[in-house]
Design a protein around this ligand. Structure first.
Ligand code: URA
Length: 439
């Protein structure tokens, strides 16, 4: 007989669970036979006692199999099924470019993206800011667009990894989010339900990262690589810097305009370009599309310069209901905020530090993110022209442009943004932008 409390007891007492225990528990979660209290007890026991890698693999597989797992065999695609995932950040617009770039290089990218969480932006919210673009579509249509275009970026559907939805909701209100095996299984179960051959994980490090320290970020990256490979998907990870916004902007429509400018070659901000290329190259190598990072970077550069990546993005937008000429006319379609105000430096010196979490919260407070899950987003608002760490500014120089709905919201955002930036006489130490995961 299935008794969830016996499985919880085993984990509470520090024992290792069998895959059969974990399967039974997760099946019970998906079938509503396990109560919220039992999920809370299980996740707290896991939070306190951890899991072996085998247990985390079993949990990931069980959560993935709690719903539909996409099967691509019937499509006979000429390339591997691949994806990326980021642990979340501010101005992290990489997915918008990387999906089409990897598709243009021969990968097939069924990307199921999430909404903004806390201070971080969400790829799903960014696509929702494109008029007409449908992020909520059937699995059949999703697979068709991936087959025809090479990439489709949509939101989570109820069919994929439903056990994660219940477990995550309980973790959120029981102080059990910050558990490496639970985070690993949550992220991977959703990603792996797309039927992937290869995945690259971008784990952020720094003041705007989800994990609080470099060591914790490394631990999460190692766990994802080990469990992803253990669950049968070629998985690799890079650690990337989030001690300042990745793009020089943050906010949904503003970031879409930045991605369009990047793809058409109008503007490729250096940090954003480097991280996008590093993750894309890593994925091409992990998936076996390129033999090494050097070759991968050459192919990616060609796909960008020839316009093929931009073409993939345009085709995806059109196939999912967005404007056919978004790339030619992004400013015609993307909403623009009515109040645009500069934040100016109050003193001269070097941009020495950025509280990136606080910058993310400026965007949330402007209405560009959610305070409560049910909140509606104002797609137009956010920050643009954000200064970079290490830059020298004089008094009165621009630190960022605030895009707001009202004068009051702009004033408050200007004050908050200024507080998030430290200007000092000393130039800050240069931090690595991309780090390989070493054992
Ligand atoms: N994102 C997820 O999808 N799951 C977690 O547990 C944490 C972040």
């Amino acid at each position: 007989m299935f008794l969830p409390q016996e499985i919880i007891r085993k984990k509470r007492d520090g024992n290792v669970l069998e895959a059969a225990d974990i399967n039974a528990f997760v099946r019970g979660v998906a079938a509503d036979e396990v109560s919220e209290g039992q999920i809370a007890a299980f996740t707290m026991a896991t939070y306190l006692n951890g899991m072996t890698s085998e247990e985390a693999v079993a949990l990931t597989r069980a959560m993935r199999d709690s719903g539909t797992v996409l099967n691509w065999k019937a499509f006979n695609l000429p390339g591997p099924i691949v994806d990326k995932h980021s642990s979340g950040g501010v101005g992290d617009v990489v997915s918008l470019m990387m999906g089409p770039m990897v598709a243009a290089c021969g990968g097939f990218v069924p990307m199921i993206s999430g909404r903004g969480l806390g201070h971080t932006g969400g790829t799903l919210d960014k696509f929702d800011s494109i008029p007409g673009y449908q992020t909520s579509i059937s699995i059949e249509k999703f697979q068709q667009v991936v087959r025809d275009v090479g990439v489709a970026i949509i939101g989570q559907t109820a069919e994929l990894a439903p056990a994660d939805k219940r477990i995550y909701a309980t973790r959120d209100v029981t102080a059990t989010v910050e558990s490496i095996p639970l985070i690993t299984a949550s992220i991977l179960s959703k990603k792996l339900s797309a039927g992937l051959d290869a995945l690259v994980m971008d784990v952020k490090v720094g003041s705007g990262a989800f994990m609080p320290t470099l060591e914790k970020s490394r631990e999460l990256a190692r766990s994802i690589v080990e469990v992803g490979n253990g669950a049968g998907v070629k998985t690799s990870a890079l650690l990337t810097d989030m001690n300042e916004p990745l793009a020089p902007c943050a906010g949904n429509a503003i970031e879409v305009r930045c991605a369009v400018d990047y793809l058409i070659g109008k503007s490729r901000p250096q940090r954003l370009h480097e991280v996008t290329m590093a993750l894309s190259a890593q994925l091409l190598v992990t998936a076996g599309i390129a033999k090494g990072v050097g070759e991968a970077r050459q192919v990616l550069t060609h796909c960008l310069e020839s316009g093929r990546a931009a073409e993939c993005f345009a085709k995806m937008v059109t196939a999912l209901g967005g404007p056919a000429d978004l790339l030619e006319n992004p400013r015609k379609y993307m909403p623009v905020a009515p109040v645009i105000k500069p934040v100016l430096a109050m003193r001269s010196g070097f941009i020495a530090a950025c509280d990136t979490r606080r910058v993310g919260m400026v965007v949330v407070a402007l209405g560009g993110g959610r305070m409560r899950a049910a909140d509606k987003i104002d797609f137009a608002v956010g920050l643009a022209d954000i200064v970079s760490l290490g830059m020298h500014v004089n008094t009165g120089d621009l630190l960022a442009m605030v895009h707001a709905r009202t004068e009051e919201a702009a004033s408050s955002a200007m004050r908050e943004f200024e507080q998030a930036i430290t200007i000092s006489d000393l130039a800050p130490a240069r931090l690595p932008l991309v780090q390989m995961l070493t054992e």
